[in-house]
Design a binder for this molecule. Sequence first.
Ligand SMILES: C[S@@+](CC[C@H](N)C(=O)[O-])C[C@H]1O[C@@H](n2cnc3c(N)ncnc32)[C@H](O)[C@@H]1O
Length: 275
Amino acid sequence: MDYQSNNRNAWNGLADSGSVFAKVASDEECRNPLKVLDGRGWLPPSVAGLNVLCLASGGGWQAILYAAAGANVTVADISDSMLRLDEREARRRNLQLRIVQTSMDDLSCLSDQSFDIVHQPVSTCYVPDLNPVYSEVARVLRDHGIYISQHKQPISLQISHRNERHQFVIGVEYFHEGPIPKQQDESYREPGATEYLHRLEDLVGGLCRNGFIIEDLREPKRADYRVDVTHFGYRGRFVPPYLRIKARRVVRTAANSPASAPAKTIWTPGSPGFP
Ligand SMILES: C[S@@+](CC[C@H](N)C(=O)[O-])C[C@H]1O[C@@H](n2cnc3c(N)ncnc32)[C@H](O)[C@@H]1O
């Protein structure tokens, strides 16, 4: 089965079985949606009236919170069951959402430069190639639009198991190509999903190559010092699971292109005018 169908089925199963990753926004969260969405102050003080694409973020959380904050929200996801939660929650709360079922690497149903913000929770691990995702996000974002994305760190996907001393063993090669084989350590993996390891040169460098400027990069701390060694919070003390990036789309014009910058004069000792 191809990666899209397989991951659609896997996420339908997770949503239908009430997974924690299919947790809808609560009433309390909807009372202060921007604070919940944006603990780091990456968003503008208000998103009211802005066009927001919640990408690969079905499940009734991100899209509902942005809509509760007054944004015009489009939610795109591959899983019908995850999107049904958005539809149900929007109806229940009397919010408007545009719901699109598609894969993140094909946003052809969305117009060029039509969004102010694209918000993508952890999900790039479900596609083999990041390039079409980033180039599609760049296409649909307006000049100076914000792209907030969270990803699984490559090191976290490389852990295969623990040894007898509860040390974490790197069993998946950094340059692994193709779907990651099933491993004994399943923390931060979703059962049945087809996942791919993207290296930092793809996750971070890929943004730069697709016309984004990186404004911030964080590694959410998932270390827990009170739990016993079998808990995933213990794993978080050694291996950071996620990478969160704030990037801004800057459309290149003749005026702001580095190629159009005037050439600098290079002074060498002995040359006329050397200070
Ligand atoms: C971690 S969930 C994110 C949403 C959830 N609301 C959350 O906060 O945890 C990852 C989402 O990625 C979606 N997904 C997986 N593969 C996808 C693809 N190729 N294109 C679009 N969405 C995809 C899944 O259906 C799932 O809804």
